[in-house]
Write a protein that binds this ligand. Structure first.
Ligand code: MRU
Length: 353
């Protein structure tokens, strides 16, 4: 359904919309050519939308799942007002199986699950919808706070490199890495953003460039193979990325290619910043090698622009995230504060032991 047909004034900040008892997700696979919203009324459809990349980006996945739990509760309560809390466990599992790496998904499901346990008798939908809305609003607030904290670290004016899309589309609004870039641009500290195109889903080309261009922030698209050469050419001060899961020692998973950027940044003496809300920090995972890394279908890299580019019969390896060791990170920026040169003790201090 077209955004204007729905009366939605399209900005990247309203890619996740609850209206008239339905969840509307902006279909990010079609951007920037088309702005279509998918109306969802079933939890299974929400899980499919997450798996199939209609909605993507760690916080956005978590927020969508939270609304999915509210939809699940509606159906389970109607079917069995007495024992719906037992039945809904299967729906939480369906959501949890949609994608493995972004911990925000599991964090949101757990938070909704705790709310379910505490609910009194009666229709659960209003309370669960309110909780999902709170998760959504808190995410936007966290992004603005991170934006200010991250911008304060940048001595302007400089160019920066970002990877994938860690913008409003990947979150409840404003963005993590793009939130820092937005705030720093507002403060006169950003001259230009170099956005990696990010094969194979091209989140950089289709989503990051779209968001920045709409905000009037100068952006140059580049293939990710150009990043090291761009660093060497000069003028770049920071690499700024988001994350899908940060381990207890500060190692972090993010879109495949992030690790290479961090290695190249260190070689060239550039700073590497990760902006992520504390819902992305998984203190239960001690270090990066224990973060589950999603591998997606080989088909995704056999094709480009709807055309097969790989020879028939060839094999492929398609991990969609990699792990950057904490030792390559200069700053992790969260809504609770900044961790410089992260390690386990500093992460524990941030997360309150
Ligand atoms: O596969 P995607 O598009 O969901 O991957 C998204 C990323 O890797 C983002 O950088 C990450 O989720 C941070 S989003 C604020």
């Amino acid at each position: 359904m077209d955004a204007s047909a729905l009366g939605i004034d399209l900005t990247a900040d309203n890619a996740i919309v609850w209206r008239d008892g339905r969840l509307y997700l902006l279909d990010q696979r079609l951007l920037p050519q088309q702005a279509d919203f998918l109306p969802l009324e079933e939890v299974r459809a929400v899980a499919d939308a997450i798996r199939d990349m209609v909605v993507r980006g760690a916080p956005a996945i978590g927020i969508s799942a939270a609304y999915g739990v509210a939809l699940a509760a509606r159906h389970r309560f109607r079917a069995n007002p007495v024992d719906w809390k037992t039945a809904i466990a299967a729906d939480l599992e369906t959501l949890a199986r949609s994608r493995p790496t972004a911990v925000n998904l599991f964090w949101a499901i757990e938070r909704m699950g705790a709310r379910i346990v505490a609910l009194p008798e009666g229709d659960p939908e209003p309370a669960l919808l309110a909780e999902a809305r709170r998760i959504h609003e808190e995410d936007v607030e966290a992004n603005h706070r991170m934006g200010d904290l991250g911008a304060a670290l940048i001595e302007g004016a400089t160019a920066v490199i970002t990877h994938c899309n860690a913008g409003a589309l990947a979150t409840g609004g404003y963005g993590t890495a793009l939130g820092v870039i937005r705030s720093a641009f507002r403060d006169g500290k950003i001259q230009r953003v170099y956005a990696d195109e990010t094969r194979p889903w091209l989140q950089g080309a289709r989503l990051t460039a779209w968001e920045l261009e709409r905000d009037g922030i100068p952006v140059s698209l580049m293939v990710e193979g150009a990043a090291a050469a761009r660093m060497r050419a000069g003028g770049v001060g920071w690499i700024i990325v988001g994350s899908d899961r940060i381990a207890a020692n500060g190692d972090l998973a993010n879109k495949i290619g992030t690790y290479g950027l961090a290695v190249a940044a260190r070689y060239h003496g550039l700073k590497f910043m990760v902006a992520a809300p504390t819902s992305t920090i998984d203190m239960k995972v001690p270090s990066g090698e224990l973060i589950p890394i999603e591998e997606r279908a080989a088909e995704e890299i056999f094709h480009c622009g709807g055309r097969r580019v790989a020879t028939e019969g060839v094999d492929a390896w398609n991990p969609v995230f990699d792990v950057t060791p904490a030792g390559l990170v200069d700053a992790i920026v969260t809504e609770k504060g900044v961790v410089l040169n992260p390690d386990r003790a500093k992460m524990e201090a941030l997360m309150g032991g």
